[in-house]
Design a protein. Sequence first.
Length: 418
Amino acid sequence: MDKVILKKKSKFKRWYWAAIASTGFFGALSWSLIAPASQHYRASVEGVEIQKVTYRDFAETVTIRGTLVPEVSIFLDAIEGGRVEQVLVEDGAMVSQGQPLLLLSNTSLQLDVISREAQISEQLNNLQNTRLAVEQNSLRLDKELAELDYRIAQHDRRLRQLKVLEDRKVVTQDEVLKIQEDIQFLRRSRELTVASQQLDEKRRVAQLQQLEDSVEQLQRNLEFARNNLDNLTITAPISGRISSLNAKLGESKARGERLGQIDQVSVFKIQADVDEFFLSRLFVGQKSSITINSISYQVVVDRIYPEVKNSRFKIDLTFDEEMPENLTRGQNIIIGLALAQSENQLVIPAGHYLNETGGHWVYVLNEENTATKRMIAIGRQSSTFIEVLQGLSEGEKIITSTYRPFENQPHITFKPET
């Protein structure tokens, strides 16, 4: 049987086509690597801002927003509950210390005062009656002693007479003994009467002291109740501006309910929320500056609240020297808070262009009409400048306007202005 003999392919053709494929691949790869480096994006120079990289005094700052609040604010609370009878001032009005603001009424307190006055009157009557009884008892005992002394004197005289008659055998010895026994009885009765008088005197004195203490306590209670009545008149504890007044005619206010507050408008401070990242870098006495009505003022960190809520903590700042006039509670203040002493550092201007690049690169001008993307490393920041750690040198120029028109191109060639 005849065999079919297959024709073998030439090795030369296989290597030929492999060489062509490899050449095409590496050519495409080389073009993909070389083409971007040689391709330049053409852009208009209009609207492009350019700044130099410079050395200058630099201090890291953080910009925070603060709120003006009075340094002294006192809350108005209802010491005693009651019904609002009169509102004597309007919210926002200036008031003087001691000035009546609100009048409340409370029937229970009024009845309590009347009841305490009646108790005091009753106790005073009891005290007067007890004193009268003590005096009457003292007079009765004095009268009994006088009578006993009189009888003892009579019996002593009778005894002397009987002894004379006994010597003359006119009376018997029994009569003399009887009068002697009567004298002993009277003297013993007198001793018991004196002892009883002393005991009764002590008891009466203790009773009087108790009544006097009771009357004194009732008077203190009455004074306290009257003060509670006085507390129904809400007065200004300090001079200042009343705010957040929460009272309407006929409303019932519970004890301890907040009625408003008074702000001392002569002295203000600034309260601000700061990111917890800066908690360890702030200290009391740290100075900063603010601008109000185009005038710069120095402020000082007066208090740092260590409690962190929602990743933020509070600080109080006070004016270091002169305080502006016509300040208003709730006014917003922009504060440039310095976190360190100023040093001579290589810096670039702050701007939105760094937000667009994440601070990782900038466009550096190579020639008059060419810019190239360059990787950089930045450090501390202030409100106007950013510290450069590496990637730029003093005197180099960078683009500081927005990078959005350049579409993230590695090279830019600016069209000359026509």
